[in-house]
Ligand binder design. Structure first.
Ligand SMILES: Cc1cc2nc3c(=O)[nH]c(=O)nc-3n(C[C@H](O)[C@H](O)[C@H](O)COP(=O)(O)OP(=O)(O)OC[C@H]3O[C@@H](n4cnc5c(N)ncnc54)[C@H](O)[C@@H]3O)c2cc1C
Length: 388
């Protein structure tokens, strides 16, 4: 078994495969020596947490073979993975878990050079620290603009959690400043909870501009830090541009991504709809209603591992039921959440009706405090399970 990508999805899948069947030879291909986790990354931005609390070394993988390089191509017919050093390795079944690539071809003006001025901070540590430092250097009275992409993208509540924590930073350190969210959507995850909390905690500080009011950014000019929409242009002191995304490059070159840029999968086995014996889990996959989150990635990885372990022993894979919970911090000690349960239906992962839900809209602060504590506990639990 080869697993490509050691994030929440791939590392979870490699571990689960080995736990399910000790006789399986499992190899994890991952170029980094440490994983930088995204959940709680928004707290780093607001100066509430250090980046070291987000860093997990690949030291604890026991008898899972770890190849510290990048996979660059897949020969699906011969069932071989080409590595960056030119060697290739064979597989019986391959799990691809490369996460997302940011689309630097989707928003005119926004390329890798522009990201050094208008950071996305949607991946890895350097971008997070760049945005944090820009916020710290901004004078009081400055305008921060965050642009959020259309669905689907990594972590649907992420831009709004980020807006909340930046607002907390502005309120406490630069109270004359303003935050504008330019959004390519008319609705977002946990919207009523976020908006109620913004009114309570940050009145007048955050302005959300939806798609229907001209929120979609159509072009950017990094030289002047200007974001252009169909309705006009906005000049920022700090611009956080979260661009459209797609499945990581290896998924494109393996032929498992379709014209949307994402990878359609069978909801029982996570096997690609486009290539046999290749499974896709985590953010790179699309399979219905499940959001792209670390929680989902971990749940999908375990279900996929169970299916793969069954398939290699020629057993029928079981029908999975998967859970996702996304916590968001709106302020320190103030958490909200959304949860869902998913099962295969009509070839997709469909939400189980009547299960899940969000935090209550009207609730005392003690409930928000508890949810913030649950969020911390969840992060500690999942990272120790996945990275040891
Ligand atoms: C700001 C922010 C906040 C978030 N907060 C939350 C949260 O509170 N809760 C939550 O559940 N989720 C949260 N998420 C979402 C979560 O981080 C992602 O959904 C999750 O990381 C997806 O896991 P993954 O394994 O699919 O991808 P990734 O975590 O991106 O892992 C992909 C791995 O594959 C490796 N890789 C890529 N290409 C190759 C290749 N060719 N060869 C070998 N290795 C390769 C990469 O190095 C990486 O280690 C947040 C995301 C962001 C951006």
């Amino acid at each position: 078994m080869i697993v490509v990508g050691g994030g929440f999805a791939g590392a979870s899948c490699a571990r689960a495969l080995k736990q399910l069947d000790r006789d399986l030879a499992v190899t994890l291909v991952e170029p980094e020596t440490a994983y930088l986790a995204c959940p709680f990354r928004n707290a780093v931005l607001a100066g509430l947490r250090g980046i070291e609390a987000q860093t997990f070394r690949y030291d604890q993988f026991g008898d899972i073979g770890l190849i510290r390089t990048r996979a660059v191509a897949v020969d699906a017919e011969r069932r071989r993975v080409r590595l960056e050093d030119g060697t290739d390795i064979g597989y019986v079944r391959l799990v691809l878990a490369p996460g997302v690539d940011l689309r630097f071809d989707a928003l005119p003006g926004y390329d890798e050079a522009a990201a050094a001025i208008m950071p996305h901070a949607w991946k890895a540590g350097a971008q997070t620290l760049l945005l944090r430092d820009q916020l710290a250097a901004m004078p009081d009275g400055g305008v921060v603009i965050l642009s959020a992409p259309a669905n689907p993208f990594r972590c649907p509540p992420g831009p709004y959690e980020r807006a909340s924590l930046i607002a907390h930073y502005l309120k406490t350190s630069k109270p004359r400043s303003k935050l504008i969210i330019l959004d390519a959507k008319d609705a977002f995850s946990k919207q009523r909870l976020f908006e109620a909390a913004w009114q309570e905690l940050y009145p007048g500080l955050i302005e959300w501009v939806p798609l229907s009011s001209g929120g979609r950014v159509t072009e950017v000019d990094p030289a002047t830090r200007t974001l252009v929409t169909e309705f006009g242009s906005h000049k920022a002191d700090v611009a956080n541009v979260i661009p459209p995304q797609r499945a990581g490059r290896i998924a494109q070159s393996a032929g498992v991504a379709d014209q949307t840029g994402w990878c359609p999968i069978d909801p029982v086995t996570f096997e690609s709809r486009l290539q046999p014996a290749i499974h896709v889990v985590g953010d790179a996959a699309i399979g219905g209603a499940m959001p792209k989150s670390a929680f989902s990635a971990n749940a999908q990885a375990k279900a996929c591992a169970a299916a793969v372990a069954a398939l290699v022993r020629e057993r029928q894979p079981a029908q999975p039921k998967l859970i996702n919970t996304c916590y968001s911090l709106v302020a320190p000690g103030y958490g909200i959440s959304i949860a869902g349960v998913y099962q295969p239906r009509d070839g997709l992962l469909a939400e189980v009706e009547g299960a899940g839900g969000t935090s209550p809209l009207e609730a005392p602060l003690s409930v928000r405090e508890l949810e913030a504590a649950y969020a911390e506990d969840w992060f500690r639990t999942i990272t120790s399970e996945v990275f040891g």
